[in-house]
Design a protein around this ligand. Structure first.
Ligand SMILES: Nc1ncnc2c1ncn2[C@@H]1O[C@H](COP(=O)(O)OP(=O)(O)O)[C@@H](O)[C@H]1O
Ligand SMILES: O=C(O)C1=C[C@@H](OP(=O)(O)O)[C@@H](O)[C@H](O)C1
Ligand SMILES: [Mg+2]
Length: 166
């Protein structure tokens, strides 16, 4: 295998948290979801963090968690959809693992993220919010080593595809 960790990036709802957990079980590796880590560290939900501290404070904690997490090897690391926005985070990811971009069509993303209220950036008019955010992040995930369109694939199929390139 090329590098020490598998790092999943991609827009919200592409399946990073779900696929990451399943892949870690298949590989027998530690699974880290950076959003889950942030919530554990802060003792509040991401939605509450956005409300009380604001997005910038969340991004600062997110960068710290990414830094700390990527000091360790042999992990599957699922990141949040906006983790790629900071150059510092992208650099850490590229030097610490194989970076895999999970993608999906806008329609599929809307269906998937509409099922829960845990993503503050795509609440309210979900279609409008997802459309605008996808447009502004059009090239944000291009630095990945590999991209997988998850729209028509089961979680098991995605895990198999990733395992095949390790
Ligand atoms: N390949 C898939 N096919 C169908 N549903 C999926 C797939 N991957 C994830 N999901 C569902 O989509 C939703 C978002 O998945 P999640 O893993 O939280 O994405 P992310 O971490 O990228 O935001 C969840 O309800 C999850 O069960
Ligand atoms: O796209 C984003 O900026 C965000 C995506 C979320 O993670 P998922 O991509 O796992 O939903 C979470 O980090 C936070 O709500 C912000
Ligand atoms: Mg997630």
């Amino acid at each position: 295998m090329k590098k020490a960790n598998v790092i999943l990036i991609g827009f919200a709802g592409t399946g990073k948290s779900t696929v990451g957990k399943a892949l870690s079980e298949q590989l027998g590796w530690q699974f880290i979801d950076t959003d889950q880590r942030i919530e554990e560290l802060q003792g509040v939900s991401i939605t509450e963090m956005f409300q009380t501290m604001g997005e910038q404070a969340f991004r600062t904690v997110e960068s710290e968690v990414i830094d700390r997490t990527l000091k360790v090897e042999n992990q599957v690391v699922s990141t949040g959809g906006g983790a790629v926005l900071a150059e510092r985070n992208r650099a850490r990811m590229q030097e610490s693992g194989i970076v895999i971009n999970l993608t999906a069509t806008k329609e599929i993303i809307i269906t998937r993220v509409s099922k829960d209220q845990s993503r503050p950036l795509v609440q309210g008019n979900v279609e409008e919010k997802v459309t605008a955010l996808m447009e502004s992040r059009k090239h944000a995930y291009d630095f990945a080593d590999l991209a997988i369109d998850t729209s028509e694939l089961s979680v098991t199929e995605i895990v198999e595809r990733i395992a095949a390139v390790l």
